[in-house]
Design a protein around this ligand. Structure first.
Ligand code: F6R
Length: 590
């Protein structure tokens, strides 16, 4: 959460460069934004509330600057609370991603010395601490100052400090990611690789133990504890500007939905060995746990059903944020597999650190290579979905479920059958991404767009799909949507059905079909408007969105109708599908 980007080098248009980079990082937060550049002896700052949109800055030319796009944690959405925050002397400014958990005692300490704060944020405390240390000893290297301040901050934080007088940026982090880029015209640092694609040829992921100094001459790394210099080792940047463009699509959401068949093809072509390694790790483990948050948690729950059905193996499932309250039975024989697009979700990282402390082995199904999660695990399957820039997760969800289906088949010794099903699902998705199918979805979207509430039911393998479908619809359309196990209807939920309430019913061709159709009839009898999703139509449905019959790969084709419905309803309601209100991608705070 919160996108951060900094530059130092030869280019003098740093203000507009930072703005372009921030617009690429906006999925990390879009409550407010701000840019600071060095100018003579001063730091010039421009901040605004709201999304960047087409905004431009009127900052003076400079070769040193940084910026921030905020997802508010501490302090409401105001100009004052937007970053960057400048220290009291005006010598340094900071941008920050994370939460300084102990900011209150730190702020009290500073207030007792007469410091006055301009914002309600935890972040401003960092600006004051750094400023105080710089003014106390102006000769002390800024990286040493930041190292001494950073050690006082509790929580998962990433901080960049700009010092105009010395013409440098310094940065440190704890879990929250920072990537450094080296390019022809200078050096960059950002919360995500995507912002570096236009500026860097080589990149370096900052480690928690290090502090970095960027000047127009180069990048210097130091051990954060001993301040000993460390040779920086850059690797190639693997994404290009082409990977992160809209490529003719109106939104990243539509682009990423459309990419799902190719993502499945790529997973099949490149990931067999990693998936078989993961299956062997599960085979050896005494107790396997799947962990994820939000959409990833529904992929994980789907996995738990798939392992049971395909490999007759009990694989536990725990929501990332609940794992810490559930960890007590982990042993060195346990295997904990985290599912994450970003590889940076704070609750997932926290769960994995807890598992590590108990000696468990760690695995990941992760999209972002070299992310914190990717680097901490013993076994990994990369999802190979490419950058996901819409705040809503679509293609990474499908990739996670496909990886789990293949792993379950590998465990059962039937990998080729799993590969056949994933291939069938990819072909099925191609058929659903055509104009006639989209037109059907648009018709349904027009019917449900005015509804205040919507319910989704599924049984068995389709139960987690129902919850994912409800999440996808609610987070982008803002219709109150809830997913339920079909059998739970009569235990309470049915009280909410009124004449005209849209009810999405997942009816795959499996053992759940008869029972779920009975549920559909019960909803219909109370006036529910039934949208059936599955291979075959039924009199219980008011309308039907047909999906291909792909057996146990059904979750791979069942999510798309809900993604498309959410997208179309969002457009009808005038919502931005890529940036739903109050949300941000990469939830790096707890
Ligand atoms: C929903 C969504 C979120 C994420 C969740 C986990 O569309 O995007 O629920 O799935 O925040 O994110 P990752 O997969 O990055 O750990």
């Amino acid at each position: 959460m919160c996108g951060i980007f900094g530059y130092v080098g030869q280019r003098a248009d740093v203000g507009s460069m930072v703005m372009r980079a921030l617009s690429m990082l906006e999925y990390r937060g879009y409550d407010s934004w701000g840019v600071a550049v060095g100018q003579g002896e001063r730091i010039e700052v421009e901040k605004e509330i709201g999304k960047i949109g087409g905004a431009t800055v009127t900052l003076p030319p400079s070769t040193l600057g940084f910026g921030h796009t905020r997802w508010a944690t501490h302090g409401s959405v105001t100009r004052e609370n937007a970053h960057p925050h400048v220290g009291p002397s005006g010598r340094v400014a900071i941008i920050h991603n994370g939460i300084v958990e102990n900011f209150r005692p730190l702020r009290d300490e500073l207030r007792a010395e007469g410091h006055v704060f301009a914002s309600e944020t935890d972040s401003e405390v960092i600006a004051h601490l750094v400023d105080r240390a710089v003014m106390a000893d102006p000769e002390r290297p800024l990286y040493a100052v930041l190292a001494s301040v950073f050690v006082r901050l509790r929580g998962l934080n990433a901080v960049i400090v700009l010092d105009q007088a010395r013409g440098e940026l310094v940065a440190a982090k704890s879990t929250s990611p920072l990537v450094i880029g080296a390019g022809r015209s200078g050096f960059t640092i950002a919360s995500d690789m995507t912002a570096l694609a236009a500026h860097a040829e080589r990149i370096l992921f900052l480690e928690d133990e290090h502090v970095v100094r960027l000047t127009a001459r180069g990048v210097e790394l130091y051990d954060r504890r001993t301040l000993r210099p460390i040779p920086p080792e850059f690797g190639p940047l693997t994404i290009t500007e082409g990977d992160i463009g809209l490529n003719g699509h109106p939104h990243f959401m539509s682009k990423e939905m459309a990419e799902q068949p190719v993502v499945l093809d790529r997973l099949l072509a490149e990931n067999g060995p990693a998936i078989k390694d993961m299956a062997r790790a599960i085979e050896r483990a005494y107790g396997t746990f799947l962990v994820g948050c939000g959409t990833a948690s529904y992929a994980a729950l789907t996995g738990s059903y798939l392992f049971s059905r395909i490999a007759a193996r009990h694989v536990n499932f725990v929501v990332g944020s609940e794992f810490r309250y559930h960890e007590h039975f982990l042993t060195p024989e346990s295997l904990v597999i985290a599912l994450s697009q970003s590889g940076e979700t704070a609750d997932v990282i926290d769960a994995m650190l807890a598992a590590k402390r108990r000696g468990a082995r760690l695995g990941a199904l992760v999209n972002a290579k070299r992310s914190t999660l990717d680097r901490m695990v013993d076994h990994r399957v990369h999802l190979l979905a490419g950058p996901e820039q819409c705040v809503l997760s679509t293609k990474a969800y499908t990739a996670k479920v496909a990886a789990l289906l293949l792993t379950a088949h590998a465990l059962a010794g039937t990998y080729d059958e799993g590969a056949r099903l994933v291939h069938l699902a990819a072909e099925g998705l191609r058929g659903m991404l055509t104009e006639p199918w989209k037109a059907r979805v648009r018709d349904v979207a027009a019917t449900i767009a005015p509804a205040p509430d919507l319910f989704v039911i599924g049984r068995g393998l389709a139960y987690p799909t129902a919850m994912e479908a409800a999440l996808k619809i609610k987070e982008v359309s803002y219709i109150h949507a809830e997913g339920f196990a079909g059998g739970e209807l009569k235990h309470g939920v049915i009280a909410l059905i009124q004449p005209g309430t849209p009810c999405v019913v997942y009816a795959p061709n499996d053992e759940t079909r008869d029972d779920i159709l009975s549920g559909a009839m019960e909803l219909r009898s109370r006036g529910g408007y039934i949208i059936g999703i599955g291979p075959e139509d039924d009199p219980a449905f008011d309308t039907h969105l047909p999906t291909p019959d792909v057996g146990n790969a059904a979750p791979l084709v069942s999510a798309l109708p809900a993604q498309m419905l959410g997208y179309e309803v969002a457009l009808l309601r005038g919502n931005d599908p890529d940036k739903p209100r109050n949300l941000a991608k990469s939830v790096t705070v707890k």
